[in-house]
Design a protein around this ligand. Structure first.
Ligand code: FAD
Length: 492
């Protein structure tokens, strides 16, 4: 019954938004209904014009982007980046860090500390783009699994240090004008083994699509299943998360974006995020949880959480992403012999992503939700913008944000900013040597021609050629060779 009601709601919203993105269906609807014709014409976003897209970029910036993206396509370099960096830093760390700082770091990160990221923040702001601060020092974070053998007290101290890092990024966002957005991961705040165990218990307790449902009494529900030390770790993790959220709430008008991670920990992360939403999202969605639409159960979980928010009286806040752990998820499912949680085809992921975005936009239009469309996929961004228009949501509405990463999809970000949409870029920062893991992930993401920077690279090349032609710089450079008068050439 509930499922049918949910399906009904999906059907209504999606049919409505599909009209917005299909011109033929839209025409037919406009002929048969009075309401759509009242809307002003939708200004299709023009992402494909390199001149427009990169007008905010200097030629030097474009050359740097092109070089970095090109380096990302060198497979042996990217696939072995971790080993290469570790080995070379053992021999000459300052030299390696210097080289990284002036290439990948300069492209994908804002700077080493909050002072040095200010020029980047100001540059983005001039072009209508707001930051999501992300202290990207992942040294401790990535070693978390390596801490398995270390004493519990040491592991907990490490998690407390991570809390300080996140608190610093919230404090640093004081320097950011406008609304401060901060991105966090849960794994640096609680032992991954514990998150995995909580997830197993939650899934075993009920319908997997209902996971996280017991979050209000998470502690009470979990205690009978935990060893004393694990219970103490759970309490410490809850305390860290509460401290973080209190810091964000105290700032007012800010948002904390909880990242989605591997599926074997995600039920616990969902439960913890919902617990924070119950606590902090009373009047506005301070805590925004992430939904990975490459997962087959994403739509059902969104529906469940929206329903739950309505029943419990808190504001639903969601960030939709496709998902970044596909390879690991599929390999794990194959190794352990369970069905892959990932959509079977890329097209199915695309379709699911757009459906989920449209469903939540419908709720935003009702004043029941806030959404960040976090994607570099041009078609999805276009569909979301068209759906917003159809639902009567102004580009600058405070309930819809677009999210992209610094150094990626600039042709989308700057166009969205110019058109008045609320566009945010994740601005990672931290000491160079501590951001290496983040940089490696970006390089790997961009080495994939399907999902990476293929189109952006082509557009940058075309814009560089246009500038060269316009400035006649190439012609001037080549003139001495091609048009030199014979006598001058002979004399030379
Ligand atoms: C602001 C922001 C925040 C983010 N936060 C998170 C987060 O919290 N958690 C997280 O996991 N990721 C996060 N991501 C990363 C995101 O999940 C994607 O990895 C990345 O953005 C690429 O997806 P896209 O929407 O940009 O689409 P595209 O550029 O079109 O990417 C498509 C890619 O999807 C992959 N893919 C997905 N499903 C399939 C399938 N069934 N078959 C084949 N390939 C498939 C392929 O690698 C393909 O290249 C975030 C991204 C942004 C921009």
């Amino acid at each position: 019954m509930a499922a049918r009601a949910a399906l009904g709601r999906w059907g209504t919203v999606n049919a409505y938004c599909l009209l917005a993105t299909d011109p033929l269906r839209q025409e037919a609807a406009e002929a048969s209904s009075e309401q759509p014709s009242a809307l002003p014409a939708f200004q299709e976003l023009q992402f494909d014009d390199p001149k427009q897209a990169f007008q905010a970029k200097s030629t030097a910036q474009l050359l740097q982007s092109l070089a970095v993206f090109k380096a990302c396509t060198i497979k042996p370099l990217v696939q072995n980046a971790n080993t290469l960096l570790t080995a070379s830093r053992r021999i000459a760390a300052p030299v390696v860090d210097h080289a990284v700082k002036h290439t990948f770091f300069r492209h994908f990160c804002g700077g080493e500390c909050v002072d040095s990221i200010q020029p980047t923040l100001q540059y983005l702001e001039r072009h209508g783009i707001r930051p999501i601060l992300n202290y990207a020092a992942e040294d401790d974070v990535n070693n978390e699994f390596g801490c398995e053998g270390c004493p519990v007290a040491a592991a907990e101290r490490k998690l407390d240090r991570n809390l300080d890092i996140f608190l610093r990024s919230i404090r640093d966002s004081d320097n950011v004008r406008n609304r401060a957005f901060v991105a966090i991961k849960v794994t640096p705040l609680g032992p991954p083994k514990l998150l995995e165990k909580i997830s197993e218990v939650l899934v075993a307790m009920g319908d997997p699509s209902d996971r996280g449902h017991s979050s209000a009494q998470l502690r009470e529900v979990m205690l009978p299943h935990l060893e004393p030390q694990e219970a103490a770790s759970l309490d410490a993790m809850l305390r860290r998360l509460d401290t973080l959220c209190d810091a964000v709430v105290a700032k007012g008008n800010s948002r904390i974006l909880v990242d989605a991670e591997h599926t074997y920990m995600q039920p616990a992360i969902d439960a913890l995020a919902i617990r924070l939403q119950q606590r902090c999202n009373r009047s506005q969605p301070v805590v925004i949880n992430t939904y990975q639409c490459y997962l087959k159960d994403a739509a059902a979980r969104i529906e469940r959480d929206m329903q739950r928010a309505a029943e419990e009286g808190w504001v639903f806040g969601a960030k939709t992403v496709r998902g970044a752990y596909m390879v690991v998820e599929r390999a794990r499912a194959a190794a352990l012999g369970y069905a892959s949680p990932i959509q079977d085809t890329l097209q199915a992921t695309h379709d699911n992503y757009d459906r989920c975005v449209e469903r939540i936009l419908g709720a935003v239009a009702q004043g029941d939700a806030e959404l960040m469309v976090a994607s570099h996929n041009q078609a999805s961004v276009q569909r979301a913008a068209a759906c917003m228009h159809r639902l009567g949501l102004d580009p600058s509405t405070s309930g819809v944000y677009f999210g992209q990463l610094l150094g990626m999809a600039d042709h989308l970000s700057f166009t969205l900013g110019r058109a008045g949409y609320r566009i945010h870029k994740i601005v990672p920062y931290g000491p160079v040597h501590e951001t290496l893991q983040y940089l490696i992930r970006r390089a790997q993401e961009n080495s994939d021609v399907l999902g990476g920077c293929g189109k952006e690279r082509a557009m940058i090349r075309s814009e560089l050629l246009r500038r060269l032609r316009q400035d006649n710089a190439l012609a001037r450079m080549l003139r001495p060779l091609t048009h030199a008068p014979p006598q001058t050439a002979a004399a030379a």
